[in-house]
Design a protein around this ligand. Sequence first.
Ligand code: PMT
Length: 414
Amino acid sequence: MQQLANKRILLGISGGIAAYKSAELVRILTKAGAEVRVVMTQGALEFITPLTLQALSGNPVHHTLLDEEAEAGMGHIELARWADVILIAPATADLIARLAAGMGDELLTTLVLASKAPVFLAPAMNQQMWAAPTTQANLQTLADLKGDDFGLFGPDAGVQACGDVGPGRMLEPVDIAALLAKRFQAGVLTGKKVVITAGPTREALDPVRYISNHSSGKMGYALAQAALDAGAQVTLISGPVRIAAPDRVTLVNTVSAQDMLEASMACMGECDLFIASAAVADYRPADVAKHKIKKAGDDIQITLTKNPDIVATVANHEQRPTTVIGFAAETNDVDGYARGKLASKRLDMIVANDVSRSDIGFNSDDNAVTLYSRDGHQDFERMSKSLLATKLIQAFAERLSNTQLLQTEPDNGQ
Ligand code: PMT
């Protein structure tokens, strides 16, 4: 069920006895890495409490269309846009009829109308109600209207809560979750944990000044988005930048190289792929003045001391991630220095970036790089950082998968 990682699932619950199983469904979906927001019909409130579902999903539960407090938080239109998919389990005959009629008489039906997300129903009702021509006609209407963006999970057949025997029982939560997972493509990093450093560091001289560089964070943030798109769980350790982080990353804000190192160390043991795209200051002022340094004389001496090397520390860590990638920002002999850093920092791959050009590298929207490993190199011509990030993530994922494959192959002693 790794395909569910990072997916935003709006789980609708309508009023049927099977609603008690929805709690287990929330648990399974969140365990698979999905973010779940629950919307209940008024009928559902009779069967299960919002508090249970709130505790399991970790998010507030929505059940009222005209609720001032909820609208001030995530309003209904926002909620409709937020969802990657709408799953309604249980879906009663009444709810199906209201959906087919295009009604917006309560929050859940309104959200279905207002959302572009595909809708999947796990029906639950008495077998006679399931067989009723009106129910079947309503389902056909929904299938005709929504096409590939509509699907049914179940129902199951057997003994029903009312004593009848036949089709109409809601599928078990684990089966519903598995069917939903099949609707999503698995990405090249599905189920993998990726940590990315991005942006500059700032090394304080005194309370008002610092040493830094021109990194905007654009390259690292694009990599974070591409890794998310490839299905990874992403932690983005960022220096101070002016751009917004992608929606679903775990963002850790840092300032200095020391902060960035500590944040990186906190991820060890929980990381498959580490990507160091941050422009980390190699040196910091040996002493940080307590008060603003005053103007005095024509020259001033500042003693700098070496910062820890974050990516080298990660690559030499006892809980080293399977794959460690560095970047090399150079203005001359780009390839020579990049190859040197690949070896000296014990990296699996390094991305060589010529930062002497103004059209690529620092702060620009485009980049052109060469990716080195010990086996060879690959050139990436100038393109948007976003497209480049997608291509680089593909290459890093391939490397990760090959290494993991080698690590799991049995040693036959040859
Ligand atoms: O942020 P943008 O404006 O989009 O610009 C992108 C970029 C130019 C910053 C990016 O593409 C890039 O090249 N990042 C690496 C910058 C850098 O610090 O390179 P370096 O050659 O000095 O460092 C080599 C590697 O060691 C890097 O992976 C760096 O993150 C890492 N390092 C360096 C020093 C240090 N103390 N700790 C480190 O981890």
